[in-house]
Ligand binder design. Structure first.
Ligand code: NAP
Length: 298
């Protein structure tokens, strides 16, 4: 049986999401937002990644997605990152968001494998939207890759921003070539407290060409949680983070070149935990060094 996600059903699932006790108390501090360099538009700095979590278009997945998305908008966030290649994730998002009339609440970023009109048409149909906010070319590996077709689509109003992505470090030279030449609005790369390659080679260029930065794999696919299992957050870390998720995400957000982090989860309590990184103090330069030293001793 397929559920139709009306606004009422979405709200009912919101109740489910809100019944999950917050892992940590939220503060009343203002929301951390970041400016998208090419437009000046502000984006809340924590979003949601959807690789692996919403792969199957069934009712169980749609219920989970509705609860996670409700948690996201309840805390003032907007950004969802998905891809044409993430199983049924685009369809699940479309099934949950469109019938509930909530499209305008979200900043939807998706990815295509190729600048292919049929693939874009399929993504828009699955997401049930006439346009996405950000259209990214997934896993760029050719330094001569043109973004002309993406720029045309942006001019035609099929997307508001364009971007490129890669988490394959062997392809970072290609990312740098395309980023420097084509100057997309966004670049998405992997960045986490224990994987900081991009601090030296992609983030400086992104800053120079005024590209927004989305950080994939902010927990290293959960590797960081496994590294601190059974450990307490040190007292100096508690000054700015009351959970490990917030500790890890705030390291990334304390770099002003980062526009938003996109941790993946299908758990509304984890979503709420992650969104807490959008409030309160961020670590300063000395605290960042201490965080790196701490993670390197584990
Ligand atoms: N080339 C590319 O463009 C590219 C490549 C890879 C990824 N990405 C994007 O980056 C996103 C993030 O990557 P990812 O999802 O693979 O890895 P990730 O965000 O680094 O880690 C996800 C893992 O962390 C767990 N988690 C999330 N929040 C938690 C919390 N508060 N407490 C404890 N555990 C928590 C999740 O489990 P639960 O589900 O149990 O919460 C999951 O096991 C992807 O979803 C995708 O959108 C892009």
């Amino acid at each position: 049986m397929t559920i139709r996600m009306t606004r009422r059903k979405f709200a009912a699932l919101a109740g489910v999401a809100l019944l999950v006790p917050p892992v940590h108390a939220q503060t009343d501090a203002p929301l951390i937002t970041r400016v998208i360099p090419s437009s000046g538009e502000r984006l809340p700095a924590v979003g949601l990644g959807t690789a692996h979590v919403f792969d199957r278009a069934d009712d169980t997945t749609r219920h989970k997605a509705a609860a996670v998305l409700q948690a996201l908008i309840a805390k003032g966030a907007r950004l969802i990152d998905t891809a044409s290649s993430y199983g049924d994730a685009e369809s699940v998002l479309g099934d949950v968001i469109a019938p509930a009339g909530l499209r305008d609440k979200f900043f939807i970023a998706t990815k295509l494998e190729q600048p292919d009109a049929a693939e874009l048409k399929r993504s828009l149909a699955r997401l049930k939207t006439p346009k996405v906010d950000l259209l990214q070319l997934h896993n760029v590996r050719n330094p001569r890759q043109s973004l002309a077709q993406f720029k045309d689509w942006k001019a035609q109003g099929m997307c508001r921003y364009i971007g490129i992505t890669s988490t394959f470090h062997g392809d970072f030279a290609a990312i740098e070539s395309v980023l420097g030449r084509e100057k997309p609005d966004f670049v998405q790369i992997d960045y986490s407290l224990d994987e900081r390659t991009v601090e030296k080679r992609i983030l400086p260029l992104a800053s120079e060409v005024k590209a927004g930065v989305l950080t994939a794999l902010p927990f290293g696919r959960g590797r960081l949680f496994r590294a601190v299992r059974g450990k307490e957050i040190p007292d100096w870390g508690r000054v700015f983070a009351d959970s490990w998720a917030r500790f890890f995400l705030k390291y990334l957000l304390s770099d002003p070149r980062i526009t938003a982090v996109i941790p993946g989860t299908s758990d509304p309590a984890h979503m709420t935990d992650n969104l807490g990184a959008m409030r309160g103090p961020l670590p300063d330069a000395d605290q960042r060094l201490r965080m790196v030293a701490f993670i390197e001793t584990l």
